[in-house]
Design a protein around this ligand. Structure first.
Ligand code: 5GP
Ligand code: ZN
Length: 117
């Protein structure tokens, strides 16, 4: 089955290999790579390969792969020996989303402040 992509989307271009990225994980449905502007010593982004603009656009059929992003987050944290970490999915401009291909941030490697600010 082919995966939906958007040629104007930078994360789709990373999935396709047209834009370089420091890849951390890949399987048939998911890619993870380092954030280009890290906000913590470890800052990974985990994305479905399919172009899904925001969390609000996830279909019932896609909830499985979205759930698996958490398993990848846990794996990355283990591989990078993070004793604690934070996962964030910014949604829509009002939620701080800048890239409209849904992604999970994984932040760690420093003491994260309690609360969300
Ligand atoms: P958002 O604010 O949409 O939740 O987060 C988008 C993230 O993507 C930002 O943290 C930003 O630094 C990162 N980012 C934007 N463009 C690129 C890129 O071309 N490559 C990588 N690796 N990260 C990017
Ligand atoms: Zn995309």
């Amino acid at each position: 089955m082919s995966i939906a992509t958007d040629p104007d989307c930078i994360f789709c271009r990373i999935v396709a290999g047209d834009l370089p990225a420091d890849r951390l994980y890949e399987d048939d449905d998911i890619v993870a790579f380092r954030d280009i502007s890290p906000q913590a010593p470890f800052h990974g982004l985990i994305i479905p390969k399919a172009h899904i603009a925001t969390l609000n656009d996830v279909s019932d059929e896609q909830t499985g792969v979205m759930g698996r992003l958490f398993a990848v987050a846990r794996q990355l944290a283990s591989e990078h020996a993070l004793p604690g970490y934070r996962v964030v999915v910014n949604t829509n401009r009002e939620g701080g989303q800048v890239v409209f291909h849904v992604h999970m941030h994984v932040l760690g490697g420093r003491q994260m402040k309690a609360g969300m600010g």
